[in-house]
Design a protein around this ligand. Structure first.
Ligand SMILES: *Cc1c(COP(=O)(O)O)cnc(C)c1O
Length: 356
């Protein structure tokens, strides 16, 4: 019996079965490599869906985390701490947004973006109270909270979990016409992934995001980019929106914002949007804690210092070239941007898209 079986049985017996993982029990990771309890070594192509853009166990982020662990981990936001301001400044300097609002998981940051966009809709755009709509795309993935699954189009994510939150018209991903048809005077925002990750690395037609951004401008609608998976270098640009020279009004980040050490997410926007949030209206016990801030700063510095954005482009091109050489017998399609690449298997083999 391999060592793995013991751990697999524990998980199966005592844990909720909300995942169906591969039976690889990992005990150690370093850079792009992971090692299982039976001594096998694997190249981690999934990299926790972009949460490990800096690689497993990055020494610089680890050091920042340990240093902070020795000093202070949590104050709650009832007090200030000496790391949060530095984290805000780093986020602003690196992304060009005037402000940020830190949360923990990606879903929480998406929820925050939804709340902030609705606030802007009522206070600034003067949409009648509780009429604000946020247009989203078919095939979207924005997380797992009850509001977010209200507008998923993946049935298994939602069917036993209603009633659902209204206010989210769903349109075909990649279609400008569909967006135009869905807009009305109560449209507050359009929320999109610049490239759909969970849906199977789906790239919209060239120029799509640019055209959506223009429609948003013409109609006084906020563009929210969910860059939790595509952001922070993965696609060969700091943000995937940059491939089309788009600067969304709100950008949501998470995953690689901590390099895999700790849940850290954030909503990025300018003052005219994030400045609308008043004390008490939104919060999180752990959001913006000093440990998260220290880890976040280090994770961002690694992206800069190691030129991970350019590297993702170069390595992505290299891997795409290499993948092209694989016999096409079992492969339907290979697509991606930078190091966010999917290999779609032929559907008679069970289909699905493997990450690379
Ligand atoms: C992973 C992901 C989320 C949710 O993040 P969690 O940290 O799992 O809550 C939201 N949007 C996108 C695009 C993601 O890839």
């Amino acid at each position: 019996m391999s060592n793995s079986n013991y751990y697999i049985e524990l998980e199966e017996e005592y844990g909720a079965h909300n995942y169906h993982p591969l039976d690889v029990v990992i005990e150690k990771g370093e850079g792009v490599w992971v090692y299982d309890v039976d001594g096998n070594k694997y190249l981690d192509c999934l990299s926790a869906y972009s949460a490990l853009n800096q690689g497993h166990n990055h020494p610089k982020i680890k050091e920042a985390m340990i240093n902070q662990l020795d000093r202070l981990t949590l104050t709650s936001r009832a007090f200030r701490n000496d790391k949060l301001g530095l984290f805000y400044k780093k986020l602003s300097d690196m992304t060009g947004y005037e402000m940020s609002l830190p949360m923990n998981s990606g879903a929480e940051a998406v929820e925050t973006a939804i709340k902030v966009a609705r606030k802007w809709a009522y206070v600034t755009k003067k949409i009648p109270r509780y009429k604000a709509e946020i247009i989203v795309a078919e095939g979207n993935f924005h997380g797992r909270t009850t509001t977010i699954i209200s507008f998923t189009t993946t049935e298994e994510y939602k069917y036993d979990f209603g009633p659902f939150t209204p206010g989210f018209p769903v349109v075909e991903y990649g279609s400008i016409e569909a967006i135009k048809a869905a807009i009305n005077e109560n449209t507050a925002a359009i929320m999109l992934e610049p490239l759909q990750g969970e849906n199977g690395i789906i790239l919209p037609p060239d120029g799509y995001l640019k055209a959506v951004a223009e429609i948003c401008k013409e109609n006084n609608i906020l563009l929210i980019a969910d860059e939790i998976q595509t952001g922070l270098g993965r696609t060969g640009a700091l943000f995937a929106s940059h491939h089309e020279n788009v600067r969304p009004d709100i950008t949501v980040i998470g995953k690689a914002l901590s390099g895999g050490f700790y849940p850290v997410s954030a909503v990025l926007a300018d003052k005219y949007i994030l400045g609308l949030i008043q004390p008490g209206e939104h919060g999180s016990t752990f959001g913006g804690n000093p440990l998260a801030a220290a880890v976040g700063i280090a994770a961002l510095e690694v992206i800069e210092e190691e030129n991970l954005v350019e590297k993702a482009q170069k390595m992505g091109d290299y891997i795409l070239e290499y993948l092209e050489e694989i016999p096409k017998k079992n492969i339907m399609d290979i697509r991606g941007k930078g190091l966010l690449i999917g290999v779609e298997l032929k559907h008679e083999l069970g289909g699905g898209t493997a990450f690379c």
